[in-house]
Design a protein around this ligand. Sequence first.
Ligand code: BES
Ligand code: ZN
Ligand code: ZN
Length: 491
Amino acid sequence: MEVKADSRKYYEIECDALVVGVFEGEAHNEGVLADLDKRIGGVLASLVENGEFAGKSSESAYIHNTGEMKARRLLLLGAGKREDFTAENVRKMAGTAARSLRGKKARTFAFLRRSDLAISDSAQAATEGALWALFDADKYHTSDKTENHLEAMILATDGGELETVKTGIERGRIIAEAANFGREVINEPSNVMTPTALAQKAEDLAKDFGLELDVLDEARMKDLGMGSLLGVAQGSAEPAKMIVLRYTPKADSEETIAIVGKGVTFDTGGISIKPADGMEKMKYDMAGGATTLAAMRAIAQLKPSVNVIGIVPAVENMPGGRAQRPGDVVRAMTGKTIEVINTDAEGRLILADAVAYARKLGATRIVDLATLTGAVSIALGDIYVAILGNNQEWIDAVIAAAKKSGEKLWQLPLDKEYREQIKSEIADIKNIGGRKAGTITGAYFIREFVEDTPWAHLDIAGTAWNDSNKPHLSVGPTGVCVRTLVNLVCG
Ligand code: BES
Ligand code: ZN
Ligand code: ZN
């Protein structure tokens, strides 16, 4: 779907539907709503007066007879309280409009700006929301596929500068298309999206968007001493890959941000095998890696003036005759020895070598993303991403980037006392820390390998997959953290 800006009056825009947000308790007999209501013959007034529509978020009304407007239908969406309104509401409303109008076979719809958010932010959010909402996880349906006739969303500038709206649209499109690319990759089943296939996706990105690519095979990883990652990979017939994408606008700069994403293309748990129930979902255990690729795609297009490396350790975690066993001791690239107590705590094992490699490549700041622990869902559900790290300034920068993008991050502590839980009698460290504070001990393990480099860790296990259809979001990969990463790097 195309997104366009249009500086004509909202009632002059020819389209299948006009979408108008109405705030809770907003007077329908003043300003633009009064004008609108006159054109539709007082339908808004009667809806409000009969208590059918009060502007609460999640409310909607679909009006067929649009009277003196060029739009063939009118979709009123509750915008909630004006004082609580943010760009995130714009995203959700544009997304809800896109999904609901798609279901009504619309080809075009116009979206009227109603808030006093900055014009380009509002255009960006509307673009992101609508394009995000039109993603579906139904690639493999051969029948009953969701029909989509939508050709264009038109943003009515409502007196705003046309060019400013276009700038917002452009940025929104780049980010949403990158996220949807990542979501497609996450949604692929593990028989398709192997570590090799993931590396191929990175190669396509490198070619299409002008990034530098290096893919380390197992032999090179062995030479580098990545015993922690290779221990996880050894049970699988699929060879592991360490994918490295580089964006280097300032070759002489000392600053390099590394984005590192867990790329376990399937997590059976290994010898510490997972229960069968729900195991199919472990295809999304590479969401951190796909999100890293998605962010690099957007960064390559938005061209910020900071060096960025995207690193994806990609492996499949399988049981089998060659698989690593509980009790095995492996040596990571930094030289630290690890007692593998549970082969299902594999994400931290591959990230240990990946963050160390990021440092070797010159990273001065690291942010990693991983579907690392089931425990994060217990702590924060599917609403907040957990953030932990070793440097409050860097953590605050990531939180600020998330705030700007409407994504929710909640910091968990990472005090030194938690180190006790991953102490091993046998090796320098062990890979699990018992039942208590699972998300924290998982992060602490990674911390041991970033040493003194400022680092933030995002546990997206609870938020990377959406379990039920929502008005603005389909079941499947959510694309969480793409916007945060892009804002972090691009400002
Ligand atoms: N990939 C899982 C974490 C996960 C769980 C992601 C649910 C998405 C949804 C991870 O590798 C894992 O198995 N973690 C274990 C760690 C435990 C053995 C310490 C877990 O959370 O149970
Ligand atoms: Zn696991
Ligand atoms: Zn895992």
